[in-house]
Design a protein around this ligand. Structure first.
Ligand code: SF4
Length: 478
C-alpha cells in the first residue's frame, strides 16, 4: 500500500485536500476553468497530474479557487472510513458554489468513486460524474455527457491501462522532486485492504516510458524522482516485439532502478512502496551500487505476529520479515526504514499486540504510519472476520505504538547528530524563511540556515547538530 502524500506526515486523515496549481491560461483554451483537489496517497496525487494533462489537452484552464470553477474534481481515498467521511464533508462545502453556478460540474475520481460506483450519485446528489482510476482518458466524453444534461459514470477497471503515453502536468511542485508511477493496481489480497478492488489487477508500465520521463524531468531541472507502485518489488515488464522477432528479456524492479539511476548521477532516485515478501537482495545490492539511489525503504509490516499476519493474508511471517530487515542492515548498513502498522486487527490478542511492539523494538524504524484497524466494506476481512476488538482497546494499542515510535524516531535522529549528510535543498523551512529544508539520503527532513552561495535544487553537506523526533537541525559544512 502506498503511503499517503509525504507532507512530512502521511496517511494522515488530517491532511487537507490539495488544490491544483497550474498555469492558468493554456494554448487553444475553451475558457472553462478546472479545479482539482486530491486526497490520499502519492498515487492519487500522481493521477491528478494525469487528469490535468488530459483536460489541458482539451483546452481547460485551471483555478485554485473552486468558487470560480466550471468543473470541480475531487480525487478521493477510500483507505479508511475517515478518509471517505472527509470527502462527503467537502462535497457539502461545494453546494453553495454550485447553487450560484448551476452549470458547474462536480465530479469524484479515485478509489472512493471506484468503490461506490453509481451509488455515489444516489448518495450525493451534488455529484454529476463518477470516474474510477482507470477511466481518466474518458473524462472529456463524460464532461460532454453532463453538458448534455445527464449524469455520467465510468468505473471500468483495466488490465492494460498505465497512462504511459500521457505526460503528467506537475502539480504543486517545487520543481525539484517529482513522482513517476511505474505500475498500477495490486495482485496481493491483504484482507484489510480495498486497493485491489479500487485499483484492479497489477500491470507494469513500459520501461522506456519510465526512463524517458525521468530523463525529461532531469533535463527540466528536477533533482529527485520517486518511483511509485503499490508493490514496486513486483514490477516486471516484457517489451512487446513484432511477431516472429526474438523476444526481449523481462525487466524487473532492480533493473529498472539501475536504468533510472543511470539517467544522471545527479538525479536522486527514491521509490515506494516495497513488499516484504518480494523485496530481493538484487534490489538491495543495486541500491548499494548507486550513490544516487537513496538508502531508504518503506517496508510495511502491519503486525509483528505471524498468526495476525496470516489473517491479514500478508504472505510472510514474523521470521521472514526480520530476515529481510537483517538483509537490509547487512547490505546497506545506513539504510533508513519506515513502515505501516495496524493495531487491533480482528481477534488480535494482547500478547500478539506485544509482538508488534517487540518487532518495532527489533527494527527501530525511522518513522511509521500507524492506524487502528478500520473495517472496509467488500474486503476479505469484512467478509470473513468480525471486527471484534473494542474501539478503546484499538486506541490504547495505537497510543502504545505511537509512543514507542516517537522514542525510536528520536533514537534514529540522534544517530544522525555529529554526522555530515548530503542534503538536496527542497525549499525554505515552514518555520522560518531564514532556514532551508531538504531530506538526507535516509529521507529524514533536515533544517539548516540559508547560505546565499546555495539555492533550492542544490546538493549541500550538512553537519547534524541537534534534533527533534522528526527533524535534524544542522549547518552547511564545505
Ligand atoms: S493489497 Fe496489500 S500490498 Fe496491495 S495495496 Fe493493499 S496493503 Fe498494499
Amino acid at each position: 500500500m502506498l503511503d499517503l502524500i509525504h507532507s512530512t506526515k502521511t496517511h494522515d486523515e488530517d491532511r487537507q485536500g490539495e488544490a491544483l496549481a497550474l498555469p492558468s491560461t493554456v494554448e487553444g483554451s475553451n475558457g472553462r476553468k478546472l479545479y482539482i483537489e486530491s486526497y490520499g496517497c502519492q498515487m492519487n496525487f500522481s493521477d491528478s497530474e494525469i487528469v490535468a494533462s488530459i483536460l489541458l489537452d482539451k483546452g481547460f484552464e485551471t483555478t485554485k479557487d473552486y468558487k470560480e470553477a466550471d468543473v470541480i474534481f475531487i480525487n478521493t481515498c477510500s483507505i479508511r472510513e475517515n478518509a471517505e467521511q472527509r470527502v462527503r464533508n467537502r462535497l457539502k462545502e461545494f453546494e453553495s458554489a454550485k447553487a450560484k453556478n448551476p452549470g458547474m460540474i462536480v465530479g469524484v475520481l479515485g478509489c472512493m468513486a471506484e468503490r461506490l460506483k453509481s451509488k455515489f450519485l444516489e448518495e450525493e446528489k451534488l455529484v454529476d460524474v463518477v470516474v474510477g482510476p482507470d477511466a481518466y482518458r474518458d473524462l472529456p466524453n463524460l464532461i460532454e455527457k453532463v453538458d448534455d444534461g445527464s449524469k455520467a459514470v465510468n468505473v471500468l477497471l483495466s488490465r492494460e491501462e498505465t497512462y504511459a503515453d500521457i505526460n503528467p502536468v506537475r502539480l504543486n511542485t517545487n520543481g525539484i522532486s517529482a513522482f513517476i508511477s511505474i505500475m498500477r493496481g495490486c495482485d496481493n489480497m491483504c484482507s484489510f485492504c480495498v486497493v485491489p478492488f479500487t485499483r484492479g489487477r497489477e500491470r507494469s508500465r513500459d520501461t522506456h516510458s519510465i526512463v524517458r520521463e525521468a530523463r525529461e524531468l532531469y533535463n527540466a531541472g528536477y533533482k529527485e524522482v520517486t518511483l511509485l507502485g503499490q508493490n514496486v518489488d513486483s514490477y516486471k515488464y516484457t517489451p512487446e516485439v513484432p511477431e516472429g522477432e526474438e523476444s526481449l528479456p523481462t525487466v524487473n524492479f532492480a533493473q529498472l532502478l539501475s536504468l533510472v539511476a543511470e539517467v544522471s548521477p545527479d538525479l536522486r532516485v527514491r521509490f515506494s512502496t516495497s513488499h516484504p515478501k518480494d523485496i530481493t537482495n538484487e534490489v538491495l545490492y543495486t541500491m548499494a551500487r548507486y550513490e544516487n539511489i537513496c538508502n531508504y525503504i518503506h517496508l510495511p509490516v502491519q503486525s509483528g505476529n505471524s498468526r495476525v499476519l496470516e489473517l491479514m493474508n500478508r504472505t510472510y511471517d514474523r521470521e521472514w520479515y526480520k530476515e529481510r530487515v537483517d538483509a537490509i542492515r547487512r547490505i546497506i548498513p545506513e539504510c533508513g526504514i519506515s513502515t505501516d502498522v495496524i493495531t487491533g486487527f480482528c481477534t488480535e490478542t494482547e500478547e500478539e499486540h506485544q509482538e508488534t511492539l517487540s518487532m518495532m523494538e527489533y527494527v527501530k524504524y525511522d518513522f511509521a504510519y500507524m492506524f487502528a484497524y478500520s473495517e472496509r466494506p467488500g474486503t476479505l476481512a469484512a467478509k470473513r472476520y468480525e471486527d471484534d476488538i473494542p474501539e478503546e482497546i484499538k486506541k490504547r494499542r495505537l497510543t502504545e505504538v505511537v509512543n514507542l515510535q516517537r522514542e525510536h524516531s528520536l533514537y534514529r535522529l540522534q544517530h544522525f547528530v555529529g554526522k555530515v549528510h548530503k542534503v538536496l535543498i527542497e525549499g525554505f523551512s515552514k518555520r522560518s524563511d531564514k532556514d532551508y529544508c531538504g531530506r538526507n539520503d535516509q529521507n529524514t527532513m533536515v533544517v539548516f540556515p540559508v547560505d546565499e552561495r546555495y539555492k533550492v535544487g542544490d546538493y549541500v553537506y550538512v553537519l547534524g547538530q541537534s534534533c527533534t523526533s522528526a527533524t535534524l537541525i544542522g549547518k552547511i559544512v564545505d
